[in-house]
Every structure is written in C-alpha cells, then in structure tokens.
Write a protein that binds this ligand. Structure first.
Ligand SMILES: Nc1ncnc2c1ncn2[C@@H]1O[C@H](COP(=O)(O)OP(=O)(O)OP(=O)(O)O)[C@@H](O)[C@H]1O
Length: 254
C-alpha cells in the first residue's frame, strides 16, 4: 500500500542518493536516582533509514527516544543531531526533529484543524491549508477537522498526534509506540507512511511493540532488555526477539 504525499518543506536530508548520519549517540546512558534505565550504548541513524527499538515494558525504549530527540540529557555520553548536541531548546534542532509520543497534550478549546494550523504557523510552513487538508485526509481525520480533541476517539487522538508531526518539516521523526490504539487499517497506513518518510530522506526512530510494523519499516533493530541491548541487526533480529516477548505486549501483531 502506498500513500500519495509530499512534505511541506525539505531541508535536503538524503539528497544525492547518500545516507548521511543525522543522529549519533555515543556511550549514552540514563540513570534515574538508583535506577539505571539505560546502560551506555551507541546508535547511529542515517537519513532515509529506520531504526526500531523493541523490548518489554520498562526496557528503556522511551528513555532512549527522549535522549535522541533532546527532551532529556544523558547521564553519560553524547547525543548529536547533525553534529550538534540534541537539545529541544535549540531552534535548529526543534525545526528539524519531529516527535510523536505518549505525552502529547492538546488545547481543549482548539479544534483539530486549529491545532495543525498552530503548528504550521510555528514552523513557517508555506501553503499550509492544502497541506493540512492532505494530512487530515491521509489520517482519516477530515470529518473531524472542526471538532475539539475531547470529541475524538482514542484512535483518532492517536491519529491527531501523528498528524501534528506530519504537518511540520522534519529530517528526523521520532515515534513512541505510534501504533497504539490504531485499528488494523490505520496500522497498515502507518507502515506505508513510515516507508514514504524514509523514501523522502527522513531518518525514522521508532519504538514499537508491533512486530509487523517493525518488519515493514526497519533497516536496523535494537532489542532492549533492562536498559541494555540484547540483540541488534537487521529485521531478522525480530525473529528471535519475538520468543521472550509476552504475547500481550505485541499489540495484536500477527
Ligand atoms: N522519570 C523517571 N524517573 C524514574 N524512573 C524512570 C523514569 N522514566 C523511566 N523510568 C524507569 O526507567 C525504566 C525504562 O523506562 P522506559 O519508559 O524507557 O521503558 P519503555 O521500554 O519505554 O517501556 P514501555 O514499553 O512500557 O513504554 C523503567 O524501569 C522506568 O520505571
């Protein structure tokens, strides 16, 4: 399944058929008090490539994502985006790194469309109206454009979180379990979308519990357990990774 789409703006990542490294984590770890949430690890992610983080609840996926997008600072090591320390307060990082996760809050008195308009204004997107219409249609939200977030179902709320990342420019897209609460059709469209992102030269960092989604988009897989990498490699790594993962954690994959 393919998805007709273009990006609102292209910063040029992945041009020339190359895959330059955009994200480079070196020896990053994160400790919360006595809890070592993430042991030191290295990760490189290039334009047009997707790395999938896989592992049990509490294995460290979200912790790693927060370090990768500059929402949190590593206890040790360095996290660089295009050679700059990843810091969400850095306007250049903020302009190029789009994040969708589990903690997106919406304004209760702004409609779905108004949320997306706000984001396009903040990111100076040209022709935003047409672009927003396309993203709303792709995410099956066109019929809900004038509704408040409180009127959305949980799956539609998840779709809006994704839409919020898609109406803005990005060279790195960081997603924390975006498949949650999506129906099978929406999950299939999500997989197609992430493949399209890679084809556009976007670097994709995805934490997921869904094997099918991981297989569809991953170039590289990291399996985490208790904050350590226990397996790493191509999508085939998922074959052995499925065994120890509790069936309920796979999000109905299969
Ligand atoms: N702010 C925090 N303070 C203390 N401990 C934390 C904090 N955030 C995460 N942790 C701990 O770090 C470990 C890793 O958590 P993390 O959220 O990264 O796991 P995860 O793999 O994303 O899990 P899930 O699949 O449930 O989303 C867990 O043991 C968690 O309790």
């Amino acid at each position: 399944m393919t998805e007709e789409r273009t990006r609102p703006q292209d910063h040029g990542a992945g041009e020339g058929g190359e895959h330059p490294v955009l994200l480079r984590l070196t020896g990053v770890s994160r400790r919360y008090g006595e809890r070592q949430a993430l042991h030191p690890l290295d990760l490189e992610l290039a334009a047009g490539r997707c790395t999938v983080l896989f592992g049990h609840n509490g294995s460290g996926k979200s912790t790693l994502l927060r370090l990768a997008c500059g929402r949190d600072r590593p206890t040790t090591g360095t996290a660089l985006f295009d050679g700059r320390p990843v810091d969400e307060d850095d306007p250049q990082v903020r302009a190029r790194v789009a994040v969708t996760g589990d903690t997106v809050a919406f304004y209760p008195d702004l409609t779905v469309r108004e949320h997306l308009e706000l984001i396009t204004v903040a990111h100076d997107v040209a022709d935003a109206g047409a672009w927003i219409d396309q993203v709303l249609a792709d995410r099956r939200l066109a019929g809900h454009a004038d509704q408040l977030p409180s009127a959305l179902s949980s799956g539609q709320t998840q779709a809006l979180q994704l839409a919020a990342a898609l109406v803005r420019p990005r060279d790195l897209l960081v997603l924390d379990e975006p498949e949650q609460r999506l129906d099978p059709g929406a999950r299939t469209r999500l997989a197609a979308l992430l493949v399209a992102e890679k084809n556009d030269g976007v670097a994709v960092l995805l934490a997921t519990h869904q094997v099918e989604l991981a297989r569809a988009v991953a170039d590289h897989v990291l399996v985490l357990e208790d904050g350590r990498i226990i397996a790493e490699g191509g999508p085939d790594v998922l074959d052995s990774a499925q065994e120890p993962v509790a069936p309920g954690a796979l999000g109905g994959a299969g």
